[in-house]
Design a protein around this ligand. Structure first.
Ligand SMILES: [Mg+2]
Length: 396
């Protein structure tokens, strides 16, 4: 079997998605993959077009060898753009293998280790009461784990917005740590008082704190029994993990912007974290995500795959496939999709009773409707910026 073409599709049915369709010389047999990276979609798309020249004529059945080829051919290895592009191809090759075998991808990975993948949803509000209402909204729909943020995106530390520095630049929030640090423990005190201790709640710091501030927050949140505290530090502050780890028994999670197993290993080996937030989409695909979770297993680190709205149904299905089979599973971040997204990418995984179910059809179970994708043009997009009240960039 041979790869005959790699179609790269950029589309925006509500969010930007980078999609690939790896075509083969077998009639009707192709694989779908996803290489979406928020704010840098067009860069991954160009990387995929470049990589496609290495793939034409190759045997799509050789997943590991293709992965090694794409990883090692560049000499300048790794980084989020390359690893996301590799992920798109890797997913498509697993999709082809599943279709060829007549089996869902999770069966190729060893079969189910659980009946469903526990997911968490996002609750937010302008004040504690709105947060409480939003948590209850998810609980009423049988979700069992909820992330809670108070205030605008980024939390109550966001105290306003700077005017754009020049036309076309992204929105720029004004962040100060003090209101954030004072409010988040009060929010969890409110939620635990009103909703009780049993419900699984978590919180995302979005890496906005200095290490000593993160340590204080983890300590002050200890009585509220968080499922985990997400991204309490920038990954760059690796030397501060022992201090943060020693400050409390609040479980810690990080890794959604990691693009390498080498980012993960010291955190595993030193037992500094409890949950790893990588996902197949940004770490190099199903192949690499599975390997990293195997590395995490003896260190008692569980998975909590990133799954925010910046990820489409193909990458989500890849995450559910891996998380269905690993023994050290924790939770899966979850998002739902616009009608237009379902039109472009039919077959998204379903959630029942708070658990995501892997697709039961051969491959990843998602298709790409190219005619529909063409209707929704890619929208150039940048991530929001954060500055301090004095106008300086928020450096933490
Ligand atoms: Mg996060």
């Amino acid at each position: 079997m041979k790869i005959t073409e790699v179609k790269v599709i950029l589309t925006c049915p509500g969010r930007n998605y980078v999609l690939v369709k790896v075509m083969t010389d077998q009639p009707g047999l192709y694989g779908v993959g996803e290489g979406t990276i928020n704010g840098s979609e067009s860069i991954v798309a160009e990387t995929l077009r470049h990589m496609s020249h290495l793939l034409i004529g190759r045997d799509p059945q050789r997943i590991e060898d293709t992965w090694q080829l794409l990883y090692r051919q560049g000499y300048w290895r790794g980084g989020p753009i390359f690893m996301t592009a590799i992920a798109a191809i890797d997913m498509a090759l697993w999709d082809i293998k599943g279709k060829q075998a007549g089996l869902p991808v999770y069966q190729l990975l060893g079969g189910k280790a659980r009946e469903g993948v526990l997911v968490y949803r996002h609750a937010f509000g302008r004040d504690f009461l709105e947060c409480e209402d939003h948590v209850r909204h998810w609980l009423e729909q049988d979700y069992k784990v909820v992330r809670v943020q108070v205030g605008p995106y980024g939390g109550v530390g966001m105290i306003g917005e700077h005017p754009p520095l020049s036309p076309g630049t992204p929105p720029t929030g004004i962040y100060e740590a003090t209101p954030y640090l004072l409010n988040v423990p009060k929010m969890f005190a409110h939620l635990r008082d009103k909703i009780g201790m049993e419900v699984e709640l978590l919180h995302d710091v979005h890496e906005q704190l200095h290490p000593i501030e993160a340590a204080r927050l983890a300590k002050e949140l200890e009585p509220y029994r968080l499922f985990f505290l997400e991204d309490p530090l920038m990954p760059e502050h690796r030397e501060s993990w022992p201090m943060l780890r020693g400050a409390s028994t609040t479980p810690l999670a990080i890794g959604e912007i990691f693009s390498s197993r080498w980012d993960c290993l010291p955190l595993f080996m030193n037992k500094w974290i409890d949950f790893i937030r990588i996902c197949p989409l940004h770490i190099g695909g199903i192949t690499e995500a599975r390997k990293i979770l195997t590395m995490a297993e003896p260190f008692n680190v569980r998975s909590a795959f990133h799954g925010a709205a910046d990820m489409g149904p193909i990458a989500q299905s890849a995450s559910v496939s891996v998380q269905s089979v690993i023994p050290n599973f924790g939770v899966q971040e979850w998002t739902s999709y616009t009608e237009a997204t379902h039109e472009v990418l039919p077959g998204a995984c379903k959630v029942e009773n708070g658990y995501a179910l892997p697709n039961e059809v051969p491959g990843l179970g998602i298709d790409i409707n190219e005619d529909a994708a063409a209707k929704y043009a890619y929208q150039r997009n940048f991530m929001p910026l954060v500055r301090r009240a004095d106008g300086s960039m928020h450096v933490y």
